[in-house]
Every structure is written in C-alpha cells, then in structure tokens.
Ligand binder design. Structure first.
Ligand SMILES: [Zn+2]
Length: 297
C-alpha cells in the first residue's frame, strides 16, 4: 500500500490521502477543506504555507506517507512560485522548502513536490480514468486559462499565454501580452472586453442571436481551436480534456469545426475533446500521483 497526500490551492485549499495512485478513481479519504481563496489573498506567504501545511497534516492523520504533492496556480519551477497572478505575495517563495520544513516539524518527512494546478488535473484525469499509459492534456477555463499535461514534464507550459491572434487590439490578458488565448477566453478578460455584460450574459445573448455576442463566442471557440492546433502540431494528436468553470460554455461541434480548419496533415488527425466537470477529488489524486510517480525536482 503506497500512501501519498495531495493538496490543491484553488478557490480554496483542499487535501486528501490517496492510496496506490488513486486508481480506484478517488482519494482514500473525503477531501478536507481549508482556507478559502479570499482568506488566502489577505495572508502573507508564510501563513499561506501554514494553512496548506495544517490541512496536509490533518489529511495524513499520523499515518506514514511516501510523498506529498501540491498544486498551485502560477508558474512553478523547482518548488518555487515564480509568478502567481492571484496570490502575488507568493512570488519568489520556495513553497517546497517552507512546506517541507513545516511538515517536518509536524512529523511528516515525505518529499514534497509542487506543480502547476493544471498539471495535477491532467494527472488526476489519467489516474482516475485508467489512462496512465498515455499522454493526457487538459485546458482549464476559469479566470485564467491553464494548460496541463500528464506525464509531468519539466517546463513552463503556460499554454494560456499562447498567441492566438495577431490583432494588436487583443490586449485583455492579465499578463499584459497582446493576442493571448487567456486574453480572449479568460473570465477576467471577458469582463474587461464586455464592460456592460457579465460573461454568462454574453453566452446567453449569443444563443439568442445577438450579433456582437455571437461573433465573440465564435472567436472564443476559434481561440481554443487555434491553441489546441498548435499543441497538436507540437506534441501530436490525441485526447484533450476541457474543464474549469467556463467549460460549460464549450460547444464541441463548433470547436471541432474550427479545429478541422486548422489541422490538415494526416499524421495529426485523430484528436478528440471531452468536457469534464471540475473535481477536487481528481485534483487531489493527481497531486498525490504525480508526487509519487514523478517527483518534481
Ligand atoms: Zn498572457
């Protein structure tokens, strides 16, 4: 029996114990809920680490564990948060070291690995769907746009900031870059573009035939198709999962049509999309599974 603890920092901190890579499809324990995103936003970095660490200790409940995996939004390399737009106070923090020290003081000496949150979603989907033998890629559609893949590979993989438009007016991305996928698809970016409408209303009015909204919804799908086509041309065809709060707006038929327009060569055919609901269980399994199988250096 291999036990590992997975933790995700998203709209709140969630953690759970996972046995044997979660291949029964879920964590061994019910996910435990910690601080909310609003609470985290007001805390300094060391207290955020404490909040995460306390939940891990609780999830471990004194049992021996082989590994601890954590997923955080942002650019994570070598255990350090290099950029995190929603938790800016974490920028530059060596989460792996601080969390490792905290856990050591509380009797957990397992190695800690830290990953981008989209990567642990990809790992969780691979683990809970019996797809550990193949490449799993996922788009997460929320405030930001995340790209994750399994098996975990070191790199930046900021797929949300792929350039999908050469229009100099496309400047709604939170990072400030022009023409980015997130600048079209991100929730925050949509609110900046439609100052008079919430994203939900944009999609609703598009469905009722409003020209401005319908044109944008087509652009929204075309942007995801463009980014996916780029990934297909770089790493091959196969399955792409789509998840996150705004995945409910995805029309797979429209998306498939735009993708067919952009991927023509025969070696790149054979791709498929699947929309899956967001799940704390899947993320917890993914964090634990990655930490156990491919510890992040
Ligand atoms: Zn960007």
């Amino acid at each position: 029996m291999r036990r590992a603890i997975g933790v995700l920092v998203s709209d709140r901190v969630v953690a759970g114990m996972v046995e044997d890579g979660g291949q029964n499809g879920k964590p061994f324990t019910e996910p435990l809920l910690g601080c909310t995103a609003d609470e985290l936003a007001s805390l300094p970095a060391d207290q955020i680490v404490e909040c995460i660490g306390e939940l891990i200790v609780k999830a471990g409940s004194g049992q021996p564990v082989m590994a601890v995996g954590a997923g955080l939004p942002g650019v994570i390399r070598h255990g350090v948060v290099e950029e995190s737009p929603n938790l800016q106070q974490l920028k530059g923090t060596n989460i792996r070291r601080f969390l490792g020290d905290f856990l050591h003081m509380h009797g957990i000496d397992a190695p800690v690995s830290v990953y981008n949150d989209a990567d642990i979603v990809a790992a969780g989907l691979a683990g809970t769907r019996g797809q550990l033998d193949r490449m799993v890629r996922v788009w997460t559609l929320g405030n930001g746009i995340g790209y994750g893949q399994y098996p975990w590979t070191e790199g930046m993989w900021e797929g949300g900031h792929m350039v999908v438009s050469l229009d100099p007016k496309e400047r709604f991305c939170g990072c400030g870059g022009v023409g980015h996928l997130e600048g079209i698809m991100g929730h925050r970016a949509m609110r900046l573009r439609f100052l008079d409408l919430e994203p939900e209303e944009v999609f609703a009015q598009a469905a009722q035939g409003d020209t401005r909204c319908a044109e944008f919804v087509a652009l929204w799908h075309r942007a995801l198709a463009a980014a996916t086509a780029s990934m297909i041309h770089l790493s091959g065809p196969g399955k792409f999962f789509i998840t996150g709060p705004n995945s409910k707006h995805v029309d797979l038929e429209i998306l498939g049509r735009f993708l067919n327009d952009t991927v023509k060569m025969s070696p790149f055919q054979g791709y498929v999309f699947e929309v899956v609901p967001s799940s704390n269980e899947v993320a917890i399994v993914g964090a634990a599974l990655n930490a156990d199988r491919t510890p992040a250096e």
